[in-house]
Design a protein around this ligand. Structure first.
Ligand SMILES: Nc1ncnc2c1ncn2[C@@H]1O[C@H](COP(=O)(O)OP(=O)(O)O)[C@@H](O)[C@H]1O
Ligand SMILES: [Mg+2]
Length: 257
């Protein structure tokens, strides 16, 4: 598809305006890096296919990518997670790599790896939602971009578990434990990066996010990851007065063997 130059210019202007707002932030460099030309093209496709209408603002800048709020044609919101394709700005790196035989494979495999990673997160979300585990509903995954349900209220992104005052910590603990248990038992997955940073609070409802690294429970490291996830759950909720026996939790999830 021929890319509409005006669209790219408009999107670039917009991106530059986010960047200006973020002037003093250490995130600025990583922010520039997320919008390489391929990513702009993928966003263009998502917009021309009317998956999203507008990219509104960045919600978070992470190590591997950025998450944005987007508006849909019917005025709803979606979250857009964009995995960064490179560690240097598009203009800088492309100049040196494009057309250089030595980098052909590196470039391709890097791209493929990142696309596969995004696919993996998308599929994990689908698999978990299918059995009612509270994660954002997955909408679309194209290349390095995942579109999912926006967790928030009236357009404001939901706070992290670590930042809210819990009215009923036991109820939240029970829900999270039940979710981790069903992840293991019903869809054979271990989150592997579970913490109060990867749980958003939609009112009283904890929503688990960031499931890209989740592994099958047959993975050689699965037990270690599960123990760490449960350790993080117990550590956080003990501070809120909940009694947590990690051994018991592990037994309850991974069974008597
Ligand atoms: N579906 C979503 N709705 C609202 N905010 C989200 C959503 N997904 C992620 N976020 C926000 O973006 C941040 C980064 O997303 P996350 O998936 O945790 O990526 P990473 O930690 O790998 O950068 C989250 O901590 C959260 O603040
Ligand atoms: Mg995270």
């Amino acid at each position: 598809m021929r890319v509409d130059d005006k669209f790219l210019r408009d999107l670039e202007t917009k991106v530059l305006s986010y960047r200006e707002r973020d002037k003093d932030s250490a995130d600025r460099k990583t922010f520039d890096e997320v919008f390489d030309r391929d990513t702009l093209m993928t966003l263009y496709d998502l917009m021309t296919n009317e998956v999203i209408d507008e990219l509104d603002f960045p919600i978070a800048t992470g190590k591997e990518g950025n998450v944005f709020r987007a508006t849909t044609h019917d005025g709803g919101f979606l979250a857009v997670k964009i995995y960064r394709m490179s560690n240097a700005t598009f203009n800088n790196i492309q100049k040196y790599i494009l057309g250089d035989e030595r980098f052909r494979n590196i470039g391709k495999s890097r791209r493929r790896t990142i696309h596969t990673w995004a696919q993996k997160e998308y599929r994990n979300l689908e698999r978990m939602s299918a059995v009612g585990i509270t994660v954002p509903k997955a909408h679309v995954c194209t290349k390095n971009i995942i579109i999912m349900e926006f967790i928030g209220q009236d357009g404001t992104p939901a706070p992290h578990l670590k930042d809210v005052e819990l009215e009923d910590p036991q109820a939240v603990y029970d829900k999270l434990f039940d979710n981790l248990k069903r992840m293991y038992k019903e869809v054979q997955l271990v989150h592997a990066d579970f913490s109060e940073y990867n749980v958003l609070m939609a009112g009283d409802e904890p929503i688990i996010i960031d499931v890209g690294q989740a592994v099958l429970n047959t993975h050689p490291m699965a037990m270690e990851f599960l123990k760490r996830d449960l350790y993080n759950l117990a550590r956080f909720f003990r501070k809120h007065g909940i009694t947590c026996d990690e051994k018991e939790m592990l037994r309850d999830i991974a069974g008597g063997s």
